[in-house]
Design a protein around this ligand. Sequence first.
Ligand code: SF4
Length: 214
Amino acid sequence: MLKVGISRVHFPVTTLGPGKRLGIWFQGCSLRCEGCISVDTWATAKTLIPIEQLMMALSSYLPLVDGITISGGEPFDQFDALLAIVVQLRKKTEVDILLYTGYCIEDIPEQLQQIKPYIDVLISDPFQRQTSQTLRLRGSDNQRLHCFTPQAKEKFAYYQQAVTTDDNVLDVMFDAEGVVWFAGIPKRDDFIKLQTILKQQGHQLKASADKVKY
Ligand code: SF4
């Protein structure tokens, strides 16, 4: 039975592509980009869930979603599970599917060929802390946005452009344990600024990126 390690699933996500989206974050990343803000998704999942169980949970959201964003962690590190999930999502919905990977497409040609028919958009390449950040949906400007379908070319033309102040938004969620987490693409050092502001007000913010010393 094919299983997958998932960090979280959330709906609606409004900052990772157009419309109200279903967000699926994979757990586990072998790439370990310096400056990654999702350090909590690096470790391999302690618990794996059957793909069928995940699909049952996702199915209830599908009538409501404008699109689907799959991120991580590194989805391609669990490629068989990733492929099975997008194949089943494609059968169940026509909304656009946006997939993030930290791999360069040149390094994953076979996987890309297999998965391309089932997704609309791929954002590829590792996060680079030393590279500028001016493009929508991307943490650093080396990351490339590839549109594979006519639907994607139309819906994501806006996201090929440079960021403006309209892009200074994040989704904020609170989980059952009271942990606050964010979805979206923060500007460089946004969380350091947030830590400073909260400290001035007598609060303490522990961010997952703080767990790693480079
Ligand atoms: S930015 Fe993405 S690919 Fe890079 S270490 Fe973080 S989760 Fe992994």
